[in-house]
Design a protein around this ligand. Sequence first.
Ligand SMILES: N[C@@H](CCC(=O)N[C@@H](CS)C(=O)NCC(=O)O)C(=O)O
Length: 222
Amino acid sequence: MTPILFYGVPEGCSFGAIVALEWSGRPYQLGRIQMPDQVTSEAYRRLNPLGETPTFMTADGQVFSQSAAILRHIAGNPADPRLDEMLSFLTTSYFGGFSPLWQAVEGASEADKAFLIPSGRRKVARAHAQLEALLAGRDWLVGDGPTIADAYFFGIARWNEFHQAIDRSAYPAVDRLYRRLAQDPAVRFALAIEHEEPATSAGGFRGHVSLEDALARLAVPA
Ligand SMILES: N[C@@H](CCC(=O)N[C@@H](CS)C(=O)NCC(=O)O)C(=O)O
């Protein structure tokens, strides 16, 4: 069977996994999951008890979550400590920096917002300064070309367009990387998929699958 990535909308951190699938060139399907309603439903929790996206279903029906694990699975690279280091940083410090800002727009009281927004901005600024140091003048996050780390980075970095937490140009290497990725056909494809706009796959996209149809696959041995 074709593997399925369940990605969350709007603005999900699954974004990088869509980009990574496009880059891989291998066949895949997508399952679109609305947040917060569908992601917390009993049906979706059969795939992911955490009630979060992304979730991945492999060709032989194994189901697992966590961006780093999904990205590593898609890339299928041999172990690389530098890539693991970068993915760990991105999925914890970098992702987490935006958490207070998301909390602030998800129904927080005015008093809570007064704490959350400055706290989020400080965290996002710190994570960008750390990323600038990790990039250390290189063009890509790990090695000499694009990797799953860059794919995931873009999916989180674009949250700054929404929250306006920092001026990214204050972090020149991060800013250059963001601008370069914004031109990538796989990144443009993933943005179009998220926004339900016409999207041309240069990779192996085989269409969407409903949650119901995907759940039916769980019952059928590969
Ligand atoms: N540690 C997880 C975090 C996953 C996560 O927090 N996903 C968010 C979307 S970015 C989610 O599904 N939130 C559920 C909701 O908004 O209700 C990973 O790296 O994949």
